[in-house]
Each structure stands twice: as C-alpha cells, then as structure tokens.
Ligand binder design. Structure first.
Ligand code: COA
Ligand code: AMP
Length: 656
C-alpha cells in the first residue's frame, strides 16, 4: 500500500515483517535501543537518535564502545575463543588458513601495537591498500581497536586514485603488501604506492608492507635512500615481532570507524564516513533479521574488502555476530573453473553466499547447465543473496532453479552500509518477485518522488527513490572533509529525504523495483564508477576535443563504460593507436577495474541546439533500443553517423 504521501505504509503482507517494520518507524527510539542491547557498550547509550541540526542525525552518540572488542574480545571472553572466526581460501595460491577468534584477536592486538608504535591513535587515518589476504581484516580491526579510522583502497585502482584518497584522508600510515594476484598475472603494489606517495601532498610518514612470497618487492627495496622524503618503510612481520599488543580504546558511538571512497557525479570520489555505534548495532541486527545467520553459521561474501560489501559482510557483520566469515581470493570462473564457488561452499559448509549478479552471470556463461555444481555438495546453503547491481529476472530464474535454495536480491549502497530493501528472511520469508529487491528493511522509510519532490502515489510509476530522514543506524555520518558536501549531494534535492540517486517504483504490495541511476554513476561488474571521472581522463589526451562516456549494456558485467570522442580540428592521428592510448590512459589514471576498452571516434557528438550531449539517445543507439529523435537536436544526421559507427551492419534508423 502506498499512502498519499507516497510512503510505503504497509507492505501488503500481513504478519511479523509488517509489524516489525511499523515498529521500527513508529517507535524508532525503543526499536533501536532494543537492538543496541546485542552490542557490548563501555557506556550504554541513553538515547538512540540525537538530532543536531535539521540534517545532522547521530545514532547512539552518548554511548561508548569499541568495535574490535565487539567483533573479537567479547566472543573470546564468552568462551568461544576456539570457534573459527575467519577462513582464508586462496584459489590463486592454494593456501587455506583457519583463524579462531583467539588467533584473530591475538593478531589484531599485535598489529594494533605496531600501528600505535607508528604513532597512530584515536581519530588518525590509516590507508589500507591490501589484496584479499587475512592481513586486510587484521589491519582494519587493528585500526578499529585503536579508535583510528581506516580507509581501504581497492587493489584495482591506479596510483593516481590512491593519491587522491591519500590527499583527502591525510593518513599518517599506509598499510600495504607486495601485491595482489589476478588470473595469469601479479599486480605489484609497491611501485603504485611509491608513485602515489610522489603524487600526493605528503601526509604519510610510515608504510608497512606485508611480503607475499609469490610477488616481488619488500619494504627493504624502498627504505633507505630510495624512500620518498621522510617516509619510513617497515616490514610487517618484523614490526609485529617486537610489538606490544594493544587493548581496545573506548570511542564515542558517533566517532568515525572508517572512510570508504565511492564514485559520485564529479571526478572527486566521496569519502563516506561510517560511525562505530550505529554501524555495530545495524550490522549485528542485520545478520539475524535479514540473513538469518547466527554464531554457528558460515557466512561468505564473495566480494572484496575494498568495497562496502567487503567491509560490512566479509569483515564486520559476521564477526560482530560471532559467526565464521570466509575470505576468498579468487574469481567465480577461471580459478580454476566455474565450480570455484561451489567448491568453497562445500569445503566450509557455507550457510549463506552473498555476491554480485555479475559473478552469477559469469558462471552461467561458462557453465549454462550448471554441470560443475553437480560435483559438489552445496546442501549447506540456505540462501544466495545478491546485490551491487540490478538482478535481471533471467539470471534470477537460472540461479533459483539451479541452486534449489532461495535467491534474494537486495539493494543497498556504500552510503547506507547495509540493505535498504530485502526479503528479511530472519523475520519472515516473503514471496519473491523476480526483478524486485523486495520490501523496505525495518528502519528504512522509502518514498518514490517525482522531479519536483512530490510523492508518486501510483503503484508501478517510476520516480526518484528517496529515504525519509533519518536514515537508520549504520547510514553515512557525512562526507569526509565536507559537511556541506553531504547536504548538497544527498539532502538538498528533496528536503526531508535522502536522495539515493536510484530510480524505480513500488508495486501495489510495497515491493521496490530499482531500475537505474538518475546521475552519471555507472555500475561495471558491481563496481561503481563515475562517467564524469572517465571523461576527465579522456580529455587529457591532446588530440581529444570532446567526449562522452556512458554505461551501455554488457551481458556479463551488467554495464560497461563506452567512450565517444571527437578530435581537435587538424589533429592527425592513427585511430587504432589513439584508441589504445585512451584505454591506457584510463588504466593509468583510474585503474584496470574500470575495464575500459570501448572507444568510438566520431566527427561530432549528438547534441541539442543548446549544446547538451544527448546521452540517453547515444545509449539507446548503442544498446540497439528504439529511440525518438529529440526535437531539440542540433543535427539529426549525427545520429545516423553514430549508428553506422556502432552497428556497421544495421539499418540507419531503428524503428521508433
Ligand atoms: N587488483 C588488481 N586488479 C584487479 C583487481 C584487483 N583486486 N580486480 C580486478 N582487477 C583487474 C582485472 O585483472 C582486470 O584487468 P585486465 O583488464 O588487465 O584483465 C580488470 O581489473 C577488470 O576486472 P574485472 O572487472 O574483475 O573483470 P574480469 O573480466 O577480470 O572478471 C568477473 C569478470 C565477472 C569474473 C569479475 O568482475 C567478478 O568476479 N566480479 C564479481 C563482482 C564483485 O565482487 N563485486 C563487488 C561488489 S558486491
Ligand atoms: P555501491 O555503492 O558500489 O554499493 O553501489 C550502489 C549502487 O548499486 C546503488 O545505488 C544501485 O544503483 C546499485 N545497486 C546495488 N544493489 C542493487 C540491486 N539489488 N538492484 C539494483 N541496483 C543495485
């Protein structure tokens, strides 16, 4: 049901879900104070929500706690020290490691001692640039232990992107490894770190390096005269040897736990700030109520610690819940085959697998009959959760039919830190509707708004998806270095609401359908990229006059970035060479993760008479969709030229 304010008042289902959701909105304070009892506080919060200004909400602000204590010490003190906390499985090296809660606590406390000896204290920032190895989890939790703020940077980003994050977060310490392993290649991190230090303004005074046997490079290679001015390079193992284990430092509920950079509409990534208290409460609550996971379960988020899914569901949530988490270094296919995921599920009796639809599409492309699945026992699996991009109904049906366990599409963002809409299996399993991300998670009050901010009351009608303020616990505290940026990016478009940047609709049962973005953000293999930053890079090439980058359909990655460029008058260039140079420019300035390979050189870009690039029409032409020639177009002949360039064998006009 949608009321005349556009609010999804009572999802049509009866029963427990609806009651829990209602209470989370109508009795918000009591609801979240109850949920907060699942966390151990040094000083319990007297209030759940505090409002400092019309747009500044804080959760559990007068509570005091430590997140690493809640993720580790608490379970050891409760006698569960021998329980497995972390399973590390590397399909790249064959390495398999199990760390109990006591083991992980010991390693985290020791590494926190290393960081403290390097001068890191409460509120200081630490950049973590590590591949999928246990040290990534150790480094994050060690920061949390000290009340320091980690900022993890995904390994597929370039030195320039790392430098941008260093300049914004101003960390004193950077933790890294000799490198990461990708199928068929090694990615050496240390030259990238060295370059990022050169490019950045110089806040980093210590770099701590974890050696990996398979990858050349160590702290010793960069220390001494070769080191950038004033930078110490320490070897992780060496530093750990002499370290004094550090205990948990008490922080305020609304002290920052981490900064995670994500793409926005501008070229500058936004540093999303997460708090300690709201985050711990929300994630702990989510494990039981959304995923139906308890301490005896094995939870596997097949993502990367560099993304929000990795932060929330590889590292924090499973450990806060006292469960076992799996850290998998590998791909869904090719490491060694399309049975890789099923092998991990079997070997560790995984209860819930969480990944991106792109991983499932990749498996489907290689193994459409799911022949590999038959080789493994995956009966431990109670559900497959998918998020990060739209789950197309075809992929949903394929996975749902093949796996014989529920497939749950759920929707969330780096900003929210956990699901906004889901089928809350721990509360009540609701009917599934392919193409929908199901119903609002308790705590989220969702509305569909038109361009003027008026509620769209008609079921099925698309609009901007907005969340009525306040966001529940776990939502972003702000953008690092810019209070105004938070309000202008998210809160000013629709006063009283957080604008998600996604568009979609609610149906008559209150199920949400997320259809796409309303801004320039695209989603390539579940990785969020800004077309604005890609365009910025392309225009650096001296031959380029203008360019447009858009997300076009890709059968495996959901979307891929396609670039359209025009050349400066008089520029004489070899087109193949230019395309290769542009692809390399993106690799160098953004990183391989952009997976940018698609460039079309045009005489002119399709534009309106006022000079606006007709992005939607370009995308429709590339995707082979029918399109209308916009009445404001400067010159319709440009569309024919574009069609011929991208579909050389197609008729010039597709039917309307
Ligand atoms: N470090 C360094 N490079 C990385 C990297 C990392 N952590 N992750 C990816 N890359 C590189 C890849 O090696 C590749 O480089 P190349 O252009 O030299 O070949 C490039 O970035 C693109 O990688 P990717 O997008 O992963 O494409 P792919 O074709 O190698 O693999 C999939 C396709 C679908 C198998 C892969 O994207 C995948 O597993 N996706 C899962 C998505 C996911 O976990 N999303 C997280 C949100 S939940
Ligand atoms: P990120 O911040 O990288 O997690 O990306 C968040 C964005 O990914 C959202 O704003 C959506 O555009 C998209 N997204 C995430 N999950 C889903 C989903 N289940 N269905 C559709 N889009 C999704």
């Amino acid at each position: 049901m949608i009321d005349d304010t556009g609010t999804n008042t009572a999802p049509a289902q009866t029963g427990r879900y609806r009651d829990v959701w209602r209470r989370s909105i109508d009795e918000r304070e009591d609801f979240w104070l109850d949920a907060a009892r699942a966390v151990d506080w040094v000083r319990p919060p007297s209030a759940a929500l505090t409002q400092r200004s019309p747009t500044d909400y804080r959760w559990f602000a007068d509570g005091a706690l430590n997140t690493s204590y809640n993720a580790l010490d608490r379970h050891v003190l409760a006698g569960r020290g021998n329980h497995t906390a972390l399973i590390y499985d590397s399909a790249m090296t064959g390495s398999r490691v199990r760390l109990s809660y006591s083991d992980l606590l010991e390693r985290v406390a020791r590494f926190a001692g290393v960081l403290r000896a390097a001068g890191v204290g409460r509120g200081d920032r630490v950049i973590v640039y590590l591949p999928m190895i246990p040290e990534a989890v150790v480094a994050m939790l060690a920061c949390a232990r000290l009340g320091a703020v980690h900022s993890v940077v995904f390994g597929g980003f370039s030195a320039s992107e790392l430098a941008v994050r260093i300049d914004d977060a101003r960390p004193a310490v950077l933790v890294t490894a000799s490198g990461g392993l990708e199928p068929g290649k090694t990615v050496e991190y240390l030259p990238l770190v060295q370059k990022a230090l050169e490019l950045s303004a110089g806040s980093v005074h210590t770099v701590i390096v974890r050696d990996r046997p398979a990858i050349p490079g160590s702290a010793a290679d960069y220390a001494g005269p070769a080191a950038a001015a004033g930078v110490r390079w320490l070897d992780w193992a060496h530093a750990e040897d002499g370290a004094v284990p550090a205990g948990p430092v008490t922080v305020a509920g609304d002290d920052p736990l981490y900064i995670l950079y994500t793409s926005g509409t501008t070229g500058n990534p936004k540093g999303i700030i997460r708090d300690n208290g709201g985050h711990a409460v929300a994630l702990t609550w989510s494990m039981r109520n959304i995923y139906d996971i308890g301490p005896d379960d094995v939870f596997w988020a097949a993502s990367d610690v560099g993304w929000v899914v990795g932060h929330s569901y590889i590292v924090y949530a499973p450990l806060l819940a006292g469960a076992t988490t799996v850290l998998y270094e590998g791909k869904p296919i090719g490491t060694p085959d399309a049975g890789a995921f099923w092998r991990v599920v079997q070997d560790y009796r995984v209860t819930v697998l969480f990944t991106a639809p792109t991983a499932i599409r990749a498996i489907r492309r290689v193994d459409p009959e799911l022949a590999e699945l038959a080789r493994y026992d995956v009966t431990s699996l109670t559900a497959l959760f998918l998020a990060g991009e739209r789950l197309d109904p075809e992929t949903f049906h394929w996975a749902n039919d093949g796996l014989h366990c529920p497939v749950v599409d759920h929707w969330w963002q780096t900003e929210t830190g956990w699901a906004i809409c889901a089928n809350p299996r721990g509360i009540q399993e609701l009917p599934t509707k392919p193409g929908s991300t199901a119903v609002p998670v308790p705590g989220y009050d969702i509305a569909i708004l038109d361009a003027e901010g008026q509620p769209v009351t008609k079921p099925g009608k698309d609009g901007n998806i907005a969340i009525r303020l306040p966001l529940p616990p776990g939502g972003l505290l702000g953008i690092w270095g810019g209070e105004d940026r938070f309000a202008s990016a998210y809160l000013s478009a629709f006063p009283g609401y957080y604008a998600t940047g996604d568009s979609g609709h609610l149906d008559a049962d209150g199920y949400l359908y997320v259809m796409g973005r309303t801004d320039d953000v695209i989603n390539v293999a579940g990785h969020r990229l800004s077309t604005g930053s890609l365009e910025e890079v392309l225009t650096r090439h001296p031959a380029i006059a203008e360019c447009a980058v858009l997300g076009v359909h890709d059968p495996v990655k959901g979307q891929r970035a396609a670039g359209f460029v025009t050349l400066k008058a008089g520029a004489v260039v070899d087109h193949d060479l230019l395309m290769a140079e542009l692809v390399n420019l993106v690799r160098e300035h953004i990183g391989p993760v952009a997976a940018f390979r698609d460039v079309t050189i045009l005489d002119r870009l399709p534009k309106t008479r006022s000079g606006k690039i007709l992005r939607k029409t370009i995308r429709q032409i590339v995707d082979g969709e029918p399109y209308k020639v916009p009445p404001t177009i400067e010159d319709p002949a440009v569309l024919d030229a574009l069609t011929r360039a991208v579909h050389p064998r197609a008729p010039a006009h597709l039917p309307d």
